[in-house]
Write a protein that binds this ligand. Structure first.
Ligand SMILES: CC(C)(COP(=O)(O)OP(=O)(O)OC[C@H]1O[C@@H](n2cnc3c(N)ncnc32)[C@H](O)[C@@H]1OP(=O)(O)O)[C@@H](O)C(=O)NCCC(=O)NCCS
Length: 345
C-alpha cells in the first residue's frame, strides 16, 4: 500500500486594509512609539475594515486563492479545509465552511471542514492535523488557513495588551506526495507539540465563552469580559523557554542541527521574545524571519503570514529547511520542520 507525505505547495496572504501605527495608538491610550518599539519591536499593525466588508473568512478566502494559484490546485480539488483561529466570524457557521463558500459558492460537497482553536499556536496545529490526515491516506489536498482578528477581543483602554496585537490571515495548501518522493520532496519532516495546562490566569479571554456567556450576570457586571487579559512577564518567560525547547527537540528527532536550517520562522509576538528564542535555539538572527514590526502579533496568523510573505519575496528556495516555532494561549506550543520544495513566488 502506498504511503504518503504532506508537501506544502503554496501560500497566500489576507491583508486587512487599515493600518494602526504606534503614533495612532498614542492618541487614545497612554503610550508612545519609543516605549512600544523598544519593548516589542512593533511599529504598526493591520486592522480589519468591517465597513469594507472584510472578515476573517473573506481574508482567509483571499489568502487561500493565492495559495491555490501558487500550488496549481483548484478549489474544487480540495478535500479538507481547516481554519485555525480563536476569533471566528461567528460561532456558527464555522469559518472553514464560510471560506469554502467564498471559494466555491453555495455547494454541498464531500469536503471535510473544521475550525481549530489553539490560540497563537493554531496554524502549526492545523498543519499538524493536515499532515496527519495526508499521511494516514484520508485526504489528499488540504487547505490550512491560520489567522486572527484580535482587534475584536482587545480592550483598547489597556495599554499593556492593546499595543501588542493586530489582525492578519495566511493560508497554505498541502498535497500528498508518495513515499518514494519524500527524500527530495517539499515535505513536513517532523513536529513536536506541548501544553502547559492550568495556566489560564496568565493569558485569557474570560467572558463570552460558555463558562461566562454574554447573557450571564458575571458578564453583565463586567467581572468576566470578552477581552484579552495577560501577565506579560510570565508569558514572556514561558514562551522563550518552551519555544526554544521544542525547536531543539524537532531538530534532534529529524537528525538535523540549527546549522542545517535556512530559515527560522518563530511566532511573531515580540521582537525580544524572537531574539531570546533565537539565542536559546542557537539560531543567528540573519536566518530568522521577522515581520512583527509591521504586523504586531496576529496570533494564529503569524507564521502563516510570514511564510506567505517569504514566498512572495522569493526568499524560500527549493530544498531550504524551514523551522517553524509557536507559543500561545492554553498554553500551547510546538515546532515543525519542513523542506521547501519550489522556487515559485
Ligand atoms: C507586555 C510586555 C511588552 C511588557 O514589557 P515589560 O518590559 O515586561 O514591561 P512591564 O510590564 O514591566 O512594564 C514596565 C512599565 O511600563 C509601563 N507600561 C506598560 N505598558 C505600557 C505601554 N504600552 N506604554 C507605556 N508604558 C507602558 C508599565 O505600567 C510599567 O510601568 P511602572 O514601571 O511604572 O510600573 C512584555 O512583557 C511582553 O511582551 N510579554 C509577552 C506578551 C506576549 O507576547 N503575549 C502573547 C504571547 S502569544
Amino acid at each position: 500500500m502506498a504511503s504518503f507525505h504532506a508537501a506544502l505547495r503554496g501560500t497566500g496572504l489576507g491583508i486587512p486594509s487599515k493600518v494602526l501605527t504606534n503614533e495612532d495608538l498614542a492618541k487614545f491610550v497612554d503610550t508612545n512609539d519609543e516605549w512600544i518599539r523598544t519593548r516589542t519591536g512593533i511599529r504598526e499593525r493591520r486592522l480589519l475594515d468591517r465597513e469594507k466588508g472584510e472578515s476573517l473568512s473573506l481574508l482567509g478566502a483571499q489568502a487561500a486563492q493565492e495559495a491555490l494559484d501558487k500550488a496549481g490546485i483548484k478549489a474544487e480539488e480540495l478535500d479538507a479545509v481547516i481554519c485555525c483561529t480563536a476569533t471566528p466570524d461567528t460561532w456558527m457557521p464555522i469559518s472553514a465552511s464560510r471560506i469554502l463558500g467564498h471559494l466555491r459558492g453555495r455547494v454541498a460537497v464531500d469536503v471535510f471542514t473544521a475550525d481549530l482553536n489553539a490560540a497563537c499556536s493554531g496554524y502549526l496545529a492545523g498543519l499538524h492535523v493536515a499532515n496527519n490526515f495526508i499521511r494516514s491516506g484520508l485526504h489528499k489536498k488540504v487547505l490550512v488557513v491560520g489567522g486572527d482578528i484580535f482587534s475584536s477581543i482587545i480592550d483598547w483602554t489597556d495599554r499593556t495588551t492593546c499595543i501588542l496585537f493586530g489582525d492578519g490571515v495566511g493560508a497554505s495548501v498541502l498535497e500528498a506526495v508518495e513515499e518514494a518522493d519524500a527524500s527530495t520532496a517539499p515535505v513536513i519532516l517532523g513536529a513536536r507539540f506541548g501544553t502547559l495546562a492550568d495556566f489560564d490566569h496568565f493569558l485569557a479571554v474570560e467572558g463570552g465563552g460558555s463558562a461566562a456567556p454574554f447573557t450571564s450576570a458575571e458578564f453583565e457586571s463586567r467581572k468576566k469580559r470578552p477581552v484579552i487579559s495577560m501577565n506579560g512577564q510570565e508569558v514572556f518567560k514561558l514562551a522563550c523557554k518552551h519555544m526554544a525547547q521544542k525547536a531543539h527537540e524537532v531538530l534532534a528527532d529529524s537528525g538535523y542541527t540549527t546549522r542545517d536550517v535556512r530559515w527560522f520562522v518563530p511566532h511573531q509576538a515580540n521582537l525580544r521574545i524572537i531574539e531570546m528564542v533565537a539565542r536559546m535555539a542557537e539560531m543567528p538572527m540573519d536566518r530568522v524571519y521577522v515581520n512583527v514590526d509591521r504586523w504586531g502579533n496576529t496570533s494564529a496568523g503569524t507564521v502563516a503570514v510570514a511564510l506567505a510573505e517569504m514566498q512572495r519575496g522569493g526568499m524560500l528556495k527549493k530544498g531550504d529547511l524551514v523551522l517553524l516555532d509557536v507559543f500561545g494561549g492554553g498554553f500551547t506550543y510546538g515546532a515543525m520542520l519542513l523542506r521547501w520544495g519550489t522556487d515559485a513566488t
